[in-house]
Ligand binder design. Sequence first.
Ligand code: HMG
Ligand code: MG
Length: 335
Amino acid sequence: APSDHVNIIEVGPRDGLQNEKQTIPLETKIELVERLTETGVRTIEAGSFVSPKWTPQMANSSEILEHILQRPPPSAHPITYQFLAPNAKGLDNLLSVYNKSSSTQKRAPSNAPPTPPPSPGAEQTQSPQIDLSIFTAATETFTRKNTNCSIAESLERFQPIMASAKSQNIRIRAYISVVLGCPYEGPDVDPHKVAELAVSLLEMGADEISVADTTGMGTAPKTATLLKTLASAGVNSEDMALHFHDTYGMALVNSVVALEHGIRTFDSAVAGLGGCPYSPGATGNVATEDLVYLFESLGLRTGVDLGKMAEVGEWISEQLSRRTESRAGKAFLAR
Ligand code: HMG
Ligand code: MG
């Protein structure tokens, strides 16, 4: 039976902020990552090594990674920070920061004996795990608009990137965008194309596939059809995360459908921030606070403190001069 623990991947600092038009100060981004680390969430997508011409808001991701490695935010449990890279240049930029820090700070190889567990509740500083997120999409037009290449070319780009990341003990998550609707090719995206890509990416060495409803066009029946198609193609639910944007307010419903199909990893953004600059009209990710509230209402455990997450949601929304998009966050703080 699937576990009663759900992994939340907090993508607020990356997906949440990448589409903001106003320049967000580096200090605010770092403070967001630090505050999120204190909520109990175990994985945070903290930045993106993409071309600054394509996504200017992510331009200072090197500084964020450097800060995380040199002054890891204290955390009571092991924590992973993910960074996007679309090509070899992105990974080179990531690795130059990563290797600079690891030469001054001894990093444990993956086959090292486990360090003894900390005393319960003790805050400690440990070297965080850094993971790489690569991304492609289920339609040719979206892939071209987002990364200026074909789907096949995107896979070719990944081959050397994945080999090089693996050799450095960096795990790889691979996003497949527009799985339930494309802003350019319409709402009917072929689920077999998604499954074929997921199988290829896993065979190439991806550790996890994030199946992304970029546009929020997903509905419960479409989600069920997609997950059945993925299962028939041999993709295990443990190797997948679901990544819902909430444009039409269907993300929570679709998450329940995904739970019923055995999915136990979900991406979300605090305060429901987010959007992809190359997906016109699409809005934020499902709010982390709402997902946590949903899962706990179903008797599942997330390890995330809803109150703390709601406070981070209020704080970052204030920094961005807007209201939080999280219903559960608002309600929790109004109690
Ligand atoms: P291109 O223009 O074809 O790249 O873009 P190029 O190789 O021809 O290089 C052009 C210039 O960019 C050169 O600089 C390169 O050095 C530079 P110049 O010589 O002109 O001064 N460059 C870079 N600089 C920094 N970092 C790099 C990099 N690569 C090239 N990595 C490219 C191709 C892939 C680079 C571009 O299309 C790109 O950066 N795309 C990313 C767009 C993006 O950020 N999208 C949002 C993230 S994905 C997403 O949000 C979806 C997700 O949330 C899931 C979902 O919801 O669907 C993950
Ligand atoms: Mg996204």
